[in-house]
Ligand binder design. Structure first.
Ligand code: GDP
Ligand code: IMO
Ligand code: MG
Length: 429
């Protein structure tokens, strides 16, 4: 029986949360494997809207949620998210949520460094979410991070804080930002420990048992391939690997268990924060996409930059991300736009490219090469079968499939859970 891994195929906010919630009815466990509370996954179920940052989206369906070792966890943010969704009527307890003992903690100093560094960068800022994601992953690879399991060992916390503060206070002083005091941080962590530790376990054992019992595991990615720290538009990226391969290392399971890879892509394109965006629109169509698509960041409330679908970029994401099928979301947002464009390649300093090269100046100079399509006047909103779609919409999807060299296996026609058309069940492989 196949498992499924869901990843973003653009620059984030493609609708991963909606798709994971929809697929979760077919799954037994849902696993987050990278990122942190920089993610914002919105699920619309009847009259309720759930905004999840750290909690796996399967919790809304009452499915067991797992936060893997590859996630960076701000314990305060996690507890307040748990309280918030319990307030909305969801059940979150150690029976429904498990956290990897070897996941990394985000401390208040990480957010402070993140924001101070962004302020110091001025015009050249990355436009991070300011949540301390980058600094926490830096501490992980520098081997000085505090991990979830350390909450059970006050002595370990104490000596790790000495090393952390030596490093970070030096940096904060240099940036002219307030420093942190050890005792206050230690007291804070020790006070949080009894609320976090009941959820903690070696999740790799549970995943191994689930795999051997033939249970279905759904891996929920955050961010997207073009924000991947290796394959994205570096340095305008997040600090984790977002490709499907990370589902294995970020949860403690072998790569053969991560199953069918589903990439999520909007029928157009958005980006939050700085960095190259060749098909970005600065005209009324861009404005229309933003308004219709309600393109405001879930985490920061920032307006998202909008543009045409970039097939060259999604093709690249398909290849490097290991994507086997695409879920095209928000096709309804294109309803009624008379003429549509799709980026099929780039012109960079007079030369044609079918992909986005890695160099920073080349990426910034990339001019889109477009193919033009007739739009459709009737509505796709809420369509539940292919037969309900206008012929022009089907033509658009078919051409996109050719260009990105991957099939569209699911189509999302509205924010509601059931505004979804399935062409092929990803759990069937
Ligand atoms: P994620 O970060 O990939 O989970 O995506 P977000 O939740 O940040 O952003 C996607 C937004 O689009 C959410 O507000 C969803 O409710 C909404 N959405 C998802 N699918 C569709 C769709 O097919 N049509 C429309 N109109 N909205 C959608
Ligand atoms: P979901 O899971 C869109 C962007 C930030 C910034 C860059 C680095 O909802 O799709 P970070 O705080 O991670 O160091 O910021 O990455 N970014 C996202 N953009 N959706 C997200 O998550 C994002 N998570 C981070 O805007 O440009
Ligand atoms: Mg989002």
């Amino acid at each position: 029986m196949a498992n499924v891994t869901v990843i973003g195929a653009q620059w984030g906010d493609e609708g991963k949360g909606k798709v994971v919630d929809w697929l979760a009815s077919r799954a037994d466990l849902v696993v987050r494997f990278q990122g942190g509370h920089n993610a914002g996954h919105t699920l619309v179920v009847g009259d309720q809207t759930y905004k999840l940052s750290l909690l796996p989206s399967g919790l809304v369906r009452g499915k067991m949620g797992i936060i893997g070792n590859g996630v960076v966890i701000d314990p305060e943010a996690l507890l307040s998210e748990i309280d918030r969704v319990i307030g909305q009527g969801l059940k979150v307890s150690p029976e429904t949520l498990r956290i990897a003992e070897n996941a990394i903690l985000i401390l208040p100093l990480h957010g402070a460094i993140d924001r101070a560094r962004e302020a110091a960068r001025g015009e050249g800022k990355i436009g991070t979410t300011g949540r301390g994601i980058g600094p926490a992953y830096e501490d992980k690879v520098a081997r000085r991070a505090i991990r979830v399991c350390d909450l059970a060992e006050p002595e370990t916390l104490s000596f790790k804080l000495d090393e952390l503060l030596l490093h970070h206070n030096t940096l904060l002083r240099g940036l002219g930002a307030p420093t942190f005091e050890k005792q206050a941080l230690l007291d804070q962590l020790l006070a949080l420990a009894p609320r976090i530790l009941p959820y903690v376990e070696p999740v790799w054992e549970r995943l191994d048992e689930a795999r051997r019992a033939g249970k279905r595991i759904l891996f929920e990615g955050a961010q997207a391939v073009m924000l991947d720290v290796d394959h994205g538009t570096y340095p305008f990226v997040t600090s984790s690997n977002t490709v499907a391969a990370t589902a294995a290392s970020g949860s403690g399971i072998g790569p053969s268990a991560t199953g069918f890879v589903l990439g999520i892509a909007k029928a157009y394109c958005t980006r939050v924060g700085s960095g190259p965006f060749p098909s970005e629109l600065f005209d009324d169509v861009g404005k229309l996409l933003g308004e219709r698509g309600r393109e405001f960041g879930t985490v920061t409330g920032r307006p998202r930059r909008c543009g045409w679908f970039d097939a060259a970029m999604v093709r690249q994401a398909v290849k490097v991300g290991g994507i086997q099928g695409i879920v095209m979301t928000k096709i309804d947002v294109l309803d009624g736009i008379p003429e549509l464009k799709v980026c099929v390649g780039y012109r960079i300093n007079g030369k044609k490219y079918t992909y986005l090269p890695a160099a920073m100046r080349a990426q910034a100079a990339a001019e889109p090469i477009y193919e033009t399509f007739a739009g459709w006047s009737s509505s796709t909103k809420g369509a539940r079968s292919y037969a309900e779609l206008p012929a022009e919409a089907v033509k658009y999807i078919r051409r996109v499939e050719e260009l990105i060299e991957a099939p569209v296996t699911l189509l999302s026609t509205g924010p509601e859970r059931d505004d979804t058309i399935m062409m092929r069940d990803p759990f069937e492989g």
